[in-house]
Design a protein around this ligand. Structure first.
Ligand code: NCD
Length: 306
């Protein structure tokens, strides 16, 4: 599979076959991580995080270190020349003088694309504003695949902030390529999916419904993808406070759900999943965070052509 030198900016940048190959590789890494120590010896990853992150940055850094590579980067744009007004294009042109591959997270939609256009090294989008977050989608899909084996014939509920949630937009886009995936979009009216996402679902021919009633939707679901209300993308605090606790899943609500339900969450969670759910066998969100490191190992190895 030739992924060497490519970018990953949005979830359809790789074909279904290429994604399957990556998931196979990630599964081999889970089974035998020690066989991959040293495959990225001498390679350097730059992590350019203009927005806060825990899992995404750490999992990329851990992935590169576990492959024997090294890392440079910033997690506070105030500590780099960005604070002096440097453009993304100039930053990436400089970074590529030192690093072999770059991961970028930025509050503005389209910023990873801007970086990729100026870069001679592979660029990975680790979240561009409320737009896309394709490596979270790799993580989500690998987690579903490890449990269910396939992506076909499943009903996926996405709940919470479907408007600003970039992980939601990316997961939907990726899943529209598989047959018989049904979507149940659960949100308050103000936080429903953007028009372009709804159009993508319609165009794919997938069945979908939009509702504000999680209780009613829950029994149908094979996967429940919970999300945090994206505080940092709100224009006013009052709206955030009014909407932030729209959905809280707890043990009592889960009584109506399938035994085989998978509860996913990209994390961080705020209040939307009660802590008591963590010990429920249907809670997959911490496993999902772990899978994120393996799929990023597979991705880095592939883009670096190792
Ligand atoms: C998500 C993100 O940054 O979009 N976090 C992550 O990468 N796991 C979700 C979120 O911040 O709510």
């Amino acid at each position: 599979m030739e992924l060497k030198g490519r970018n990953l900016l949005e979830p359809l940048d790789f074909s279904v076959t290429e994604m399957d190959w990556l998931f196979d590789e990630a599964e081999r890494m889970i089974a035998s991580p020690e066989s991959y120590t040293g495959v990225c010896n001498g390679k350097l990853l730059a992590t350019l995080f203009y927005e806060p992150s825990t899992r995404t940055r750490f999992s990329f850094e851990a992935a590169m270190l576990r492959l024997g590579g090294q890392i440079i980067g910033f997690s506070e744009p105030s500590s780099s020349s960005v604070s002096k007004g440097e453009s993304i294009a100039d930053t990436i042109r400089t970074v590529e003088c030192y690093a072999d591959i770059a991961v970028i997270r930025h509050p503005k939609e389209g910023s990873a694309l801007v970086a990729a256009r100026s870069a001679g090294i592979p660029v990975i989008n680790a979240g561009d504003g409320g737009h896309h977050h394709p490596t979270q989608t790799l993580t989500d899909l690998l987690t579903i695949r490890l449990e269910k084996g396939i992506f076909n014939n499943i009903t996926v509920g996405l709940c919470g902030d479907l408007k600003f949630g970039r992980t939601v937009h990316s997961l939907i886009r990726a899943l529209t390529r598989y047959s018989d995936v049904r979507f149940v979009l659960v949100s308050p009216k103000e936080l429903c999916v953007p028009e372009y996402v709804r159009d993508e679902i319609k165009k794919s021919g997938a069945e979908f419904e939009e509702t504000s009633d999680l209780r009613e939707a829950l029994p149908k679901l094979d996967v429940l993808y919970m999300t945090r209300v994206q505080k940092e993308r709100f224009f006013n605090e009052e709206d955030y406070i009014r909407l932030k606790d729209s959905y809280i899943i707890d043990g009592a609500k889960l009584k109506d759900a399938k035994k085989s339900l998978m509860i996913l969450h990209p994390l961080p969670r705020v209040n939307e999943i009660a802590a008591e759910v963590d010990s429920d066998p249907r809670a997959f969100y911490f496993k999902q965070a772990r899978n994120g490191m393996y799929v990023r190992m597979a991705l880095l190895k592939a883009l670096l052509g190792r």
